[in-house]
Design a protein around this ligand. Sequence first.
Ligand SMILES: O=C(O)[C@H](O)[C@H](O)[C@@H](O)CO
Ligand code: MG
Length: 390
Amino acid sequence: MKIKSVRARVFQWKGKTVPPQGNFCSNAMDLVYSNTESMSTFRFHSWTVVEIETDDGIVGIGNVALAPKIAKAIIDEYLAPLVIGQDPWDYEYLWQRMYRATHAWGRKGVTMAAISAVDLAIWDILGKSVNKPVFKLLGGRTKEKIPCYYSKLYRTDLKEMQDEAQKFLDQGFTAFKMRFGYGPAHLQHGVKENLKSVEAIREVIGYDNDLMLECYMGWNLEYAKRMLPKLAKFEPRWLEEPVIADDIDGYAELNNMNIIPISGGEHEFSLYGFKQLLDKKAVSVVQYDTNRVGGITAAHKINALCEAYSVPVIPHAGQMHNYHLTMSTIASPMAEYFPIFDVEVGNELFWYIFDGEPIADNGFLQLRDDVPGLGLSLKTEYLDQFDIIE
Ligand SMILES: O=C(O)[C@H](O)[C@H](O)[C@@H](O)CO
Ligand SMILES: [Mg+2]
């Protein structure tokens, strides 16, 4: 079997979006002087879909959500020529070709995300070629079904947040991730607002359920150090990305305070990036995303590393490309789950592009044994709501 063609297309949403509300979610831009565009850099409304076809007619599908137009250009210009004509079963060799050919300027960020998309499509081909789901190629079913946590709860009116939490508590979720709206720029007022929002959600979900807290890199080390003791009484399962992804020493310092487990890795890349995080004991929960970190080929290795370091892997975003890894490793106790909603920040877009994503049932996800590959196909229902860039 040989790879015949690689097609990368950007699906740009032109349908209705829910407008952002102020202090919706802290993010890295919040710390920049005179910043008025923080929310626009946080939202993303397009996605790159990669289809790789083999000479025997199998089509593998991969995807990447980071900087979609740039990812497409990297795939078209640099990665496609490296895999066309090659055997997809040589996935490690192909991964190394892509990684090393772009190493001088690639390594992390959008290049690794582009490599991830090609790698995902290759693994989809492998599964389809032997009529098995990808998790079977990675070691099989390590759990009967995958527990997942509800991930939304952006900072809005507290009553609205409570109603949202209640609705999904009633649907059987037992773990919830909420977003902080405030950071250092909002001074003591923001500290108070952040604490109020956590208290409001705890009021609804009680202490028999898990609560995760998301900063999305919108804090700094000093602010995070002040916040940790104040948040401790709410017993969060973790505090996520308190500082920017490059501040690995900052993560290590916060994690070593041992007040609240610190999570991160959603903006980290490659086996080397995660080795560094683990060596420094910078995170207590690893959150790579397979469509950024280097695809399944890289994520599978990181799972082994995390197993050896006894650090749980709870990948960013959920979605099929992550669920297959979560299912097949004992290092991964649960998955993130973005619910189906109107298009808002962009996290929801994959529901409009793909068919085949499992829907949570009572806080659990199931992968089918009889669906080969990653189990996704392109949805036709919303095609007229996208501009598609070939
Ligand atoms: O962990 C997450 O789910 C992410 O940080 C989200 O993708 C981001 O959009 C923040 O809500
Ligand atoms: Mg996150």
